[in-house]
Design a protein around this ligand. Structure first.
Ligand code: GLY
Length: 404
């Protein structure tokens, strides 16, 4: 049932008393975003389905929508966005569209040459399974986990993110590069164990989360982007960045993946150390002197020309979503307040596109990778995905409902 309907039903059940706990202002920001998203994402979907062919929009490049192939790490976000539109509106037309965009990704379940299948299949099939229990979706998720499991390296106890010849490595080369982003693939592993009864995927996820907690974080609880492991000894060979400003800097999206990833690990394990760790990362994010007043971070907390550096809207959207979940476990109002503030900032014309603009993407001003001169200060499909997810979570939190 969509958020708006849920409040209406609650109000009826309370015989005229509005039982939904959203204040008028809070209700407005969700509803207002839904109204804008219907138009924007509808426009983006129309462009992506033009001529009857389904394409995957990722960003705007040279003034045009840039479409990606199914093996790109961002290929699942658009299907996921359509599922979230269904969840937010209850309109079956979105589910029909989402299902079509999900099922073009079927062969990703066999992809073994990088780690991002958790994003790709989790956001598409994962949301489809959660919302519609479509036959066959669980099997796709389990098959994908089997593919990801081929990248698990027993000695260091981690899932290898990139192949060693990725081309982004320094002079020493890599053996087993693991990026903090990989924390986001663990949800798929936990789910696959639930669906299959095979504990292997869960054990790999826990091993990965534990080793990453040990090796990726600095004393101030910020994290490195890349940690490279020795495949023979399991020792760390080096720590560096690929997408951040410097090896020792705090790349904003990396911090966002960390706080979100450890919150997810707590959801699936109930192990308090993961929640505690997520809280430490959250404290770094919120207390860093370079975090702007509106809580939309610069692309790297240590970027040299702050305040004249691009913001990364995607990081704010990811963190906001994670904070709503953290709030449900900790009941610490700070997370809800800060997430609300991020949502409020992202809903202003400074970050959210006017209807009919931005080729249909909802949000502007994200950063893909500055060191690669790729997708700088542009819309990104994952910023929209996590923003809609955060709105859904905000609605549940304010209605006093569980998130999952
Ligand atoms: N996972 C790649 C990125 O966050 O840019």
């Amino acid at each position: 049932m969509n958020l708006v309907l849920k409040c209406a039903v609650a109000a009826l059940a309370a015989t005229g008393v509005v039982a939904c706990s959203q204040t008028p202002q809070q209700t407005n920001i969700i509803d207002e975003n839904i109204a804008v998203a219907k138009q924007q994402i509808g426009m983006l979907a129309d462009s992506s389905e033009m001529g009857g062919k389904l394409r995957i929009p990722s960003t705007i490049r040279n003034g045009k929508i840039h479409f990606v192939p199914i093996d790109d790490w961002v290929s699942g976000f658009f299907a996921g966005t359509l599922w979230y539109m269904y969840e937010l509106t209850g309109d079956e037309a979105w589910a029909t569209r989402a299902q079509k965009h999900t099922e073009i990704l079927d062969s990703v379940k066999h992809l073994k040459w990088h780690h991002d299948v958790g994003f790709m299949i989790g956001d598409s099939y994962g949301n489809g399974e959660r919302l519609k229990q479509i036959p066959g979706y669980k099997e796709v998720i389990v098959e994908t986990a089997k593919s990801l499991a081929t990248r698990f390296r027993e000695v260091p106890g981690v899932i290898q993110s990139w192949d060693a010849d990725r081309g982004w490595q320094g002079k020493r080369g890599w053996q087993c590069p693991v990026i903090i982003d990989n924390m986001m693939n663990l949800e798929l592993m936990f789910k696959a164990s639930e669906f299959s009864g095979d504990d292997t995927f869960r054990r790999m996820a826990i091993s990965h989360a534990d080793r990453t907690m040990q090796e990726h974080f600095r004393d101030d609880n910020s994290c490195y982007h890349v940690v490279d492991y020795d495949l023979t000894t399991g020792e760390v060979r080096g720590r560096c960045t690929a997408q951040g400003y410097a090896d020792e800097s705090a790349w904003a999206r990396g911090q966002a993946w960390a706080v979100y990833g450890y919150t997810t690990c707590y959801r699936f394990t109930g192990d308090k150390k993961y929640l505690d760790h997520a809280e430490k990362v959250a404290a770094f994010i919120l207390n860093d002197e370079n975090m702007p007043e509106d809580l939309v971070p610069y692309w790297d907390f240590d970027a040299p020309k702050i305040p004249n550096e691009p913001r990364d809207v995607s990081s704010a959207a990811i963190v906001a979503s994670a904070f709503y979940e953290m709030y449900t476990y900790t009941k610490n109002e700070l997370y809800k307040q800060q997430a609300d503030k991020m949502i409020e900032s992202l809903s202003t014309p400074a970050y959210r596109a006017a209807v009919g603009e931005n080729k249909g993407f909802l949000l502007m001003h994200s950063v893909g990778s500055i060191p690669h001169n790729s997708s700088i200060d542009v819309p990104l499909n994952y910023a929209d995905y996590y923003f809609l997810e955060a709105l859904i979570r905000k609605g549940h939190v304010e209605a006093g409902e569980p998130l999952f």
